[in-house]
Design a protein around this ligand. Structure first.
Ligand code: SF4
Ligand code: SF4
Length: 171
C-alpha cells in the first residue's frame, strides 16, 4: 500500500523529477558490490529506488532477514554507501542520498542495527565514539603522545544531538 507521507518525505529531498528518470535498467544492481556478493534477491538498490518513488513504505521497513545468517532489515542496511551506484547510474539518480533518508527513517523506527544506537549513545555520553581507556593511554604514551586528550565540549555535542534530533531517537 502506498504511504503518501513517506513518499513526500523522500520526494521533498530528492526531486520527484529526478527519481522519475529511473528506467529500471539495473545498472546500479550490476555494479553494486553488495548485490554482487550476496545476490540481488537479498539486496537490490534498483528495487529500493522503485519502492521509494512509489511510496511503498511497508515494503522497505521492518523487513525480516532475507536468509539464514543475515540480519533483519538487510534490504536497507546492507548498503555500505560506497557510492558506486551513483557513479554508474546513466540518469544521475542520487541513490545514496535516497538511502540516507531511508536509513534515517529506519533509525527513528528503532530498526537500525544495534551498534548504531550503542555508538551514538557513547558519543552522546562521552563526546567520543571511543572513550579514552588505560590501554589507549598506554599506547599513546608509547608513541610519545600525551596520555590525556583535550576535554570535549559537551555543549557543542548536545547542540548537534538536539539539532539532528538524534537525542530524541536515543530516548
Ligand atoms: S542505474 Fe539508475 S536508472 Fe538504472 S535502475 Fe538504477 S537507479 Fe534506475
Ligand atoms: S552505495 Fe550501496 S547500493 Fe550503491 S553500490 Fe554501494 S553498496 Fe551498493
Amino acid at each position: 500500500m502506498q504511504d503518501v507521507v513517506f513518499r513526500r518525505k523522500v520526494l521533498d529531498v530528492v526531486a520527484a523529477t529526478q527519481l522519475r528518470m529511473c528506467v529500471q535498467c539495473s545498472r546500479c544492481v550490476d555494479n553494486c558490490p553488495v548485490a554482487i556478493e550476496v545476490g540481488d534477491d537479498k539486496y537490490n538498490p534498483r528495487k529500493l529506488i522503485m519502492e521509494s518513488f512509489l511510496g511503498m513504505k511497508s515494503f522497505i521497513f521492518g523487513q525480516p532477514a532475507p536468509a539464514e545468517g543475515f540480519p533483519e532489515n538487510f534490504n536497507l542496511w546492507g548498503c555500505t554507501v560506497c557510492d558506486k551506484c551513483d557513479e554508474q547510474c546513466p540518469n544521475n539518480i542520487p541513490l545514496t542520498e535516497v538511502f540516507y533518508i531511508l536509513k534515517n527513517i529506519s533509525t527513528e523506527l528503532g530498526q537500525a542495527p544495534e551498534f548504531y544506537y550503542t555508538q551514538a549513545k557513547t558519543i552522546a555520553e562521552n563526546g567520543k565514539a571511543i572513550p579514552i581507556m588505560d590501554a589507549i593511554k598506554r599506547r599513546r604514551s608509547s608513541m610519545g603522545l600525551a596520555e590525556e586528550l583535550p576535554a570535549v565540549n559537551m555543549n557543542e555535542i548536545n547542540t548537534i544531538l538536539e539539532a539532528t534530533e538524534l537525542k530524541k531517537v536515543l530516548k
